[in-house]
Design a protein around this ligand. Structure first.
Ligand SMILES: NC(=O)c1ccc[n+]([C@@H]2O[C@H](COP(=O)([O-])OP(=O)(O)OC[C@H]3O[C@@H](n4cnc5c(N)ncnc54)[C@H](O)[C@@H]3O)[C@@H](O)[C@H]2O)c1
Length: 469
């Protein structure tokens, strides 16, 4: 039996994004005896992590960062220094969909991840545990191991898979109280030793029975499979919503009826304009790509349909708006309530609101966007449309809706339920339409006020017998 490496208690996380920042803040909070450093190539982002205005919005994040930053949590751009001084290294860089070459539009772009692996190899001076936190194609750890062991430097690198399951908008709650933590490893003595160190770290705050140790390939694949299952539920209920609109069934009633089956359960059954966020689409497309690589075409088609239904749902929503508003949107002012891909986050990556906004602009509508947290990102995403005066951003929802022909609710921010819709109705052009892309609002009340109300997956409530989908 060889001597097992002695790892120091310095943790490094490479990548200070939506995952790296909150994950390490909670880890530092729960493990005061570890010194945690988060590094990134993006100096602006690191400066923001070191300031009072953090680069991302997450409920509860500021408090955790305030408690830990400068104590045992540090943000830095010194990647080489971090690699030298820390023996436990999380890799949490972005793994977006490839936009070029073989697999463009489907496969994961692993260039950031590979650069990290090579940097670890270049700067390492002691044995390391390297932990895959990013979501990666199954069997990526093998490539990581090959890179790390490509130089005969006498050092040992143990690669573990520890995918992250946090949901944006509830990241801190999810990190503090996860359903489960996966730690995938090889079945060697050194790998088990490394795995046990990571298990002990999580065991500071996660009950042991929720820390699942498993094979490294299973761990990698479980993350892709989880996201595919979650997104599949959304596409399933959205596909049902389309049929509800044709048959006067009510998708909320149907979802409740389905969800009461304990085998199915009630979560993730809200019909909507579709899923967004940086992960679901890219992870499913990556899964589809991997299936095709192995020649498993039927399975690839099955999962690809989840993404296709999502795109269809957005198109359908837009088409319903067009038909309801007399088949022309040209010159009409349409207000989008919400731009974030979901409530309680400033993240707009893959937000359905982007597709809807661009679709409305293509119909020559004037788009006004309001959102309590995401306007900074919207300004960046829609810079061209804004410069052409096709889109305006307005923080106050009352001001945003003023003079508009329609409101389309994109994000389920609770504040949109609390607004005074009588006042809003007064300020809008008539007939005033509401398209509720999240079924968040009180549709009956809106109809009483005078709105033409188009919920999703339910019969419209119109005062004048208008268009039925
Ligand atoms: N966002 C989520 O909700 C979520 C949830 C679970 C898993 N994931 C996965 O976690 C990973 C990270 O996602 P994210 O949302 O935090 O991405 P992100 O884009 O917010 O952050 C990634 C960070 O990595 C940095 N980076 C890239 N290359 C680097 C390098 N060579 N050295 C140092 N820093 C580098 C980038 O500058 C960026 O700040 C992805 O694989 C994603 O699929 C994300």
């Amino acid at each position: 039996m060889g001597k097992l490496p002695d790892y120091n208690k310095n943790i490094l996380c490479i990548g200070a994004g939506y995952v790296g920042g909150p994950t390490m803040a909670v880890l530092a909070d729960k493990c005061p005896d570890y010194r945690v450093t988060v590094v990134d190539i993006n100096a602006e982002k690191i400066a923001a992590w070191n300031s009072d205005e953090l680069p991302i919005y997450e409920p509860g994040l500021t408090d955790v960062v305030k408690r830990t930053r400068g104590r045992n949590l540090f943000f830095s751009t010194d990647i080489a220094g971090g690699i030298k001084s820390c023996d436990i290294i999380f890799v949490s860089v972005n793994t977006p969909t490839k936009t070029y070459g073989e697999g463009a539009g489907m496969a994961a772009d692993l260039q950031f991840w590979e650069k990290t692996a090579r940097e670890i190899l270049t700067y390492a001076e002691s044995d390391k545990i390297v932990i895959e936190k990013s979501t990666l194609p199954v069997r990526t750890a093998q490539a990581m191991e090959r890179i790390l062991h490509s130089r005969d430097n006498g050092l040992s690198f143990e690669v573990l898979s520890n995918p992250e399951f946090l949901a944006e908008g509830s990241a801190i709650r999810d990190l503090e109280n996860p359903d489960r933590v996966l730690i995938g490893s090889r079945d060697t003595e050194r790998a088990r030793h490394a795995r046990d160190i990571l298990v002990d770290i999580y065991a500071r705050w996660v009950p042991r029975e929720r820390i699942i140790t498993l094979g490294i390939w299973s761990s990698e694949l479980s993350k892709l499979a989880s996201n595919a299952f979650l997104a599949q539920r959304i596409s399933s209920i959205n596909a049902i919503s389309a049929l509800c609109e044709k048959t006067e069934a009510d998708v909320t009633e149907v979802a409740r009826a389905i969800g009461l089956d304990s085998r199915i359960g009630p979560k993730f059954l809200n019909a909507s304009i579709g899923f967004g966020g940086s992960c679901f689409k890219k992870d499913i497309l990556n899964l589809v790509y991997i299936y095709r690589m192995y020649g498993l075409e039927e399975c690839a088609d099955y999962w690809e349909a989840v993404v296709k239904i999502n795109e269809y749902q957005k198109r359908r929503f837009l088409l319903n708006m067009l038909k309801a508003m007399f088949n022309t949107l040209a010159g009409k002012r349409i207000c989008l309530f919400g731009f974030a891909f979901k409530a309680h986050t400033s993240d707009i990556r893959e937000s359905p609101a982007i597709t809807i906004a661009r679709g409305l602009v293509a119909e020559r509508a004037q788009v006004v966007i309001t959102d309590p947290q995401a306007l900074k990102n919207a300004k960046w995403e829609l810079a061209e449309e804004i410069s052409r005066n096709e889109v305006t951003l307005v923080y106050d929802p009352y001001e945003a809706a003023n003079g508009c022909d329609a409101i389309a609710l994109m994000t389920e921010w609770p504040l949109y339920r609390e607004l005074d819709y009588r006042e809003i109705y007064q300020s809008m052009r008539k007939p005033a339409f509401i398209f509720d892309g999240r079924n968040l609002l009180d549709h009956r009340e809106l109809k009483e006020i005078g709105f033409q109300v188009y919920p999703l997956g339910k019969p419209p409530l119109t005062t004048d017998g208008g268009f039925k989908p």
